[in-house]
Design a protein around this ligand. Structure first.
Ligand SMILES: NC(=O)c1ccc[n+]([C@@H]2O[C@H](COP(=O)([O-])OP(=O)(O)OC[C@H]3O[C@@H](n4cnc5c(N)ncnc54)[C@H](O)[C@@H]3O)[C@@H](O)[C@H]2O)c1
Ligand SMILES: [Zn+2]
Length: 353
């Protein structure tokens, strides 16, 4: 009898760097290397129109593939067009894809890099607050398919992530609120960050946002390190997200981060109703959520979206809704509620807002 052993590569290393002047200090020096091994810059139409001159100046000769901006283009069509562009650019196994953009570009670019020739290197250059604090970290890649968000994807750790807060200067207000949704989520997972957020008068101050990006990255990196393949601990990153995803699907007009703020507000109140919580803390968390939101939470008809929560990926049965709810500083609990209980509780919460 012969025995064969295959050592699986379980520990891909990913370097995450927060630094200024990412074009001149990081990407320009990489140019020669990229031309040598072949490389491609992948971005979207909005980012390209804003940063075209820097891409041309610092990454001249590197081919650029531009997807139309927006979640509706996070599709197999965009993915395959990008893969074709990579083939036309004659990328090799030692080539690198640079994903320059928000979470959509990062997810599609990461997926293309993981598929092309069974995997080439990917460098993430996240340009939104949400991407710098959340989506570019952790190696999850995806496209939406059959009307289901992130249905097709892989785990592919980026070789490096370069986060430059200079990109925030061109972000519309809506995208700042979107990023704040995830930042407040990290505040709910990390007591020290929570205090820092509560002490800040203007959460939209760009200097302040620059200072919290590394805090969020540190929090996510620690969680990912302990659960690379999303088998347990990573579930805490879904805090507030069951209600948020349902609201995002049903309400349409609110961004993902705005829905995360709504989701956390409702789920903090659900926690107060159904599990033992630190009430004073939850009142402070709700005040922080209201400061981060640039809209009136009572105006959003969150209970209308309850039915969508019945199909959440986290649910363990068709009749029950699984929620990751905040309970005390830095602590969360998994709460399972019968669907009818969840729906009527959401209605009660909205009436009391
Ligand atoms: N992989 C993960 O772990 C993970 C985690 C969270 C979210 N996501 C995914 O991330 C996506 C959301 O990311 P997002 O909020 O960054 O959305 P996005 O990529 O659509 O970017 C939002 C908008 O901002 C524009 N934009 C990007 N950078 C800009 C800049 N510097 N200045 C001006 N405009 C700019 C984009 O063109 C787009 O119109 C979703 O598809 C979500 O599923 C992935
Ligand atoms: Zn989120």
């Amino acid at each position: 009898m012969k025995t064969f052993r295959i050592r699986c590569k379980t520990e891909e290393e990913s370097v995450i760097v927060c630094r200024k002047h990412v074009f001149s200090a990081v990407l320009a020096p990489l140019r020669a290397e990229l031309c040598d091994g072949g490389g491609i810059v992948f971005t979207d139409s909005n980012v390209y129109s804003l940063y075209r001159s820097q891409i041309g100046r610092y990454l001249a000769d590197v081919p650029v593939y531009v997807m139309p901006a927006g979640e509706e283009f996070k599709t197999e069509k965009t993915l395959f067009s990008l893969l074709e562009a990579m083939a036309k650019a004659k990328l090799r196994r030692d080539s690198t894809l640079i994903a320059l953009g928000g979470g959509v570009v990062g997810d599609v670019g990461g997926l293309a890099a993981s598929l092309y020739m069974r995997g080439i290197a990917c460098i993430q250059v996240p340009t939104t607050l949400l991407a710098q604090t959340d989506s570019a970290i952790g190696g999850k890649t995806a496209i939406d398919c059959c009307g289901i968000k992130n249905l097709i994807g892989t785990f592919h750790q980026p070789k490096a992530v370069y986060a430059d807060a200079a990109f925030f200067r061109t972000l519309p207000a809506r995208e700042i609120t979107c990023g704040l949704g995830e930042i407040v989520k990290y505040g709910a997972l990390d007591g020290a960050l929570f205090e820092k957020l509560c002490a800040q008068k203007n959460l939209r101050d760009l200097g302040f946002l620059e200072s919290v990006v590394p805090d969020c990255i540190a929090c996510k990196a620690e969680i990912v390190k302990r659960d690379v393949s999303d088998l347990g601990l990573r579930a805490c990153l879904n805090l507030g997200h069951t209600t948020a995803h349902a609201a995002e699907l049903a309400l349409g007009t609110y961004s993902h981060g705005a829905c995360v703020l709504l989701g956390m507000l409702y789920e903090a109140r659900l926690a107060a109703m159904f599990v033992r919580t630190d009430e004073a803390y939850l009142a402070r968390l709700e005040a922080l959520i209201r400061t981060a939101a640039d809209f009136d939470p009572a105006a959003a008809d969150v209970p209308r979206s309850a039915a969508r929560a019945a199909f959440d990926k986290k649910n363990t049965s068709a009749e029950r809704v699984t929620l990751v709810v905040p309970v005390s500083p830095g602590a969360y609990e998994t709460l399972e509620l019968p669907y009818q209980t969840y729906q009527s509780a959401l209605e009660r919460i909205r009436r009391a807002l």
